[in-house]
Design a protein around this ligand. Structure first.
Ligand code: AMP
Length: 466
């Protein structure tokens, strides 16, 4: 099927040609006709499948068809997303696809001043792309109302719940008019997501599933290097220096502190790179992302939440500098490469204390990751001797609580000092570091309080919800 065969108006067909799409992707082919008929849709799809155009194009077509006009301080279509990066990305897509129409798009998200966002809403907008917190804030300030809404899209629903947005979503849904068309997208459909979808969608929505849950894209070639933690930086540097074909490289680090450390190692070797994580300002993050997209830097180092969903074309290599302790995260990470029909390579480093994470990943993906060329190890400098300080540093990010530091010592940034990562999953995991004979896990554990999972994930990966 070709795009030209879809019943889309000329200005949209022109925009599709301008962005270079010829054939609809499977999710587009399956969703666009039903959405044009006004049906609700449940889409089970990850980013990289072309799902943005799958919902944006029919919404734009229906907005053009309806003949209605936007009223002041209202929007006609609302797209809700969990992070600023995703919101900006989706708004950019709408703007591209609507470039030959008079349809307006505005994007609102937290972490920046709200004055210009309020201004852009005064005359009303056709498409409003928003993160939940800022949307509710601006509704509370009467800067925008949802009373004239015709289309509601909840994107990345599983991630929304992961990040603790369930209450905000319910508040938004309660403000929507009864008569509306709903679209609900999620990469996975566990029970809580299915229940949420049922509260939003009308009965019998069209269900479109484009990739089985948690299955990595088969086109990704994978390699594994078993390596001591202390030598990972040297290995990454060596691989990048040796393989000039690694042009657009995304490196995942478990912690913000780790991400900064990696960039320092690469910068020293003259490799152009930048880091994105929750301790960087929104402006710095956008700048790093833009430089990466424009290939002004070769390597982008990111924590999971900062990177998830970012849409960068042609990522040639994804490095798992640290293995994630949630195996599904691995699937999301490597899905940054091999997008839109292209090939990609994912390279994972596994330290001895990450073997358990590796087993969980291989079990989930049902793929045994082949080992990379061991000859590279010959080129690495010998490992440095472990000092008590480096041992503690290395332990950071794998233990729940950090040791108390004497008052006169400089502390790591607040969010890191509150716990870099999930606790070990089994008692057989690495020994708990001791200080002054005290067990560092001593103290209150707050794991099962409502929302604690979300807060913990955000702390460890370094993103801020908006
Ligand atoms: P998404 O899943 O919406 O984040 O899209 C992933 C990437 O695929 C984006 O870079 C889109 O521009 C691109 N894309 C979407 N639809 C098509 C298509 N039909 N043909 C080629 N590229 C596409």
């Amino acid at each position: 099927m070709l795009f030209s065969e879809l019943p889309l108006a000329n200005p949209l067909q022109r925009a599709v040609r301008a962005v270079g799409y010829e054939q609809p992707t499977p999710i587009q082919e399956q969703s666009i006709p039903s959405l044009l008929e006004g049906k609700d849709l449940l889409g089970i799809a990850q980013t990289g499948t072309g799902k943005t155009a799958a919902f944006a194009l029919p919404i734009l077509q229906l907005l053009l068809d309806s003949g209605k006009f936007r009223a002041p301080k209202t929007c006609r279509a609302l797209i809700l997303l969990p992070t600023r990066e995703l919101a900006i990305q989706v708004a950019d897509c709408f703007k591209q696809y609507a470039q030959f129409t008079a349809i307006s798009t505005t994007c609102i998200f937290g972490g920046v001043g709200d004055a210009s966002q309020k201004n852009s809403l005064i005359r009303g907008v056709d498409v409003l792309v928003a993160t939940p917190g800022r949307l509710l804030d601006l509704i509370g300030q009467k800067a925008v109302s949802l009373k004239a809404l015709e289309f509601f899209v909840l994107d990345e629903a599983d991630r929304m719940l992961d990040m603790g947005f369930i209450h905000d979503i319910r508040k938004v849904v309660a403000l929507l008019p009864q008569k509306r068309q709903n679209l609900f997208f999620s990469a996975t459909m566990p029970d809580d997501i299915t229940k949420l979808a049922a509260t939003i969608l009308r009965p019998n929505p069209v269900r479109v599933e484009v990739a089985p849950q948690s299955t990595p894209i088969e086109r990704i070639r994978q390699e594994l290097y078993r390596i001591d933690k202390r030598r990972k930086g040297a290995l990454l540097k060596e691989l990048l220096l040796e393989h000039t074909e690694m042009k657009k490289v995304l490196v995942f680090s478990r912690t913000k502190h780790g991400a900064d450390k990696i960039t320092r190692v690469l910068e020293k070797a003259g490799i152009k790179c930048a880091a994105i994580h929750g301790n960087k300002s929104q402006t710095r993050r956008q700048e790093a992302l833009k430089n990466f997209k424009d290939e002004k830097i070769r390597v982008l180092v990111a924590t999971d939440i900062a990177a998830r969903g970012i849409d960068v074309d042609d990522v040639s290599h994804v490095f798992n500098y640290d293995l994630p302790d949630v195996p599904e995260t691995f699937v999301h990470r490597i899905g940054r490469t091999a997008r839109a029909g292209k090939d990609g390579i994912a390279i994972s480093f596994c330290a001895p204390d990450e073997e358990q994470d590796l087993r969980a990943i291989e079990k989930l993906t049902k793929i045994k990751i082949p080992e990379g060329d061991k000859a590279i190890f010959e080129k690495l400098p010998p490992p440095q001797k472990e000092t008590p300080e480096s041992e503690m540093r290395n332990a950071r990010g794998r233990f729940h609580q950090q040791p108390r530091q004497p008052k006169n010592e400089s502390r790591p940034p607040k969010s890191e000092s509150r716990g870099g990562s999930n606790p070990p999953k089994k008692a057989s995991n690495p020994p708990v570091p001791q200080q002054n004979g005290e067990n560092l896990h001593k103290g209150k554990r707050r794991r099962n309080r409502p929302g604690s999972r979300a807060r913990r994930r955000m702390r460890e990966s370094g993103d801020t919800p908006s």
